[in-house]
Design a protein around this ligand. Structure first.
Ligand code: GTP
Ligand code: MG
Length: 198
């Protein structure tokens, strides 16, 4: 799959204000600062497309990017950023869960996980919630450049294996680095395979 054209479409505070042209969407979700916006930029070969920041909590709206005039990449705010006030946190959670549960054109959610850490409760709860809600999703491990190749693979396998205590079939997973462009072809081919089945 080749990305020939990528452009920002709009930012929406809720699902009902997202684009209405009914094109398939792939959303990126995960903890604040895990690298969602950076990954979208890496996939599109455009560092300025989605706004990134070294400080967590940069993305606060549902951001749509139209790809090849055919489908959307969707950048979502991060969850689990402790420094936010309770009311802001609640509003963001409503925005995220509302979008995921109501959005009919959402074909896959990518849950981003920092490859350096052991399975965190908040990520596990989110993945379990997607499974319970029958939302199609896959896992993307980020920041693989921060570990050696063997350690990265080991951490990813361990993280996935931990899901087996509750889930019989595991979702696909990808090991990526936005810095090094690792995993780009794999993620794009996977998106392509989903689009072809629609
Ligand atoms: P929020 O919008 O705040 O939820 O964050 P986000 O998940 O969109 O993260 P963002 O893409 O803004 O990246 C957060 C920080 O991690 C930035 O300083 C990035 O440069 C860094 N980062 C993202 N991806 C990678 C990666 O693959 N490798 C390395 N080394 N750093 C990365
Ligand atoms: Mg972001």
């Amino acid at each position: 799959m080749e990305i020939k054209k990528a452009a920002f479409t709009l930012s929406a505070p809720r699902e009902s204000m997202c684009p209405k042209d009914n094109k398939p969407e792939f959303a990126f979700i995960g903890r604040s600062n895990v690298g969602k916006s950076s990954l979208i930029n890496m996939l599109c070969n455009n560092k300025k497309l989605a706004k990134t920041s070294a400080t967590p909590g940069k993305t606060l709206l549902i951001n749509h990017f139209i790809i090849n005039n055919e489908w959307y990449l969707v950048d979502l705010p991060g969850y689990g950023f402790a420094k936010r006030s309770k009311s802001v946190q609640q509003k963001l959670e409503q925005m995220i869960t509302g979008y995921i549960l109501q959005r009919e054109q959402l074909v896959n959610v990518f849950v981003l996980i920092d490859i350096r850490h052991e399975q965190q409760k908040i990520d596990r709860e989110f993945v379990d919630w997607l499974g319970e809600s029958s939302v199609p999703f896959s896992i993307i491990f980020t920041k693989a450049d921060k570990l050696g190749r063997v350690k990265a693979k080991e951490n990813a396998t361990k993280w996935m294996d931990a899901l087996k205590d509750r889930w019989e079939t595991l979702p696909p997973y990808f090991i990526t680095s936005s810095e090094k462009k690792t995993g780009r072809d794999e993620v794009l081919d996977y998106i392509d395979s989903i689009l072809k089945k629609l």
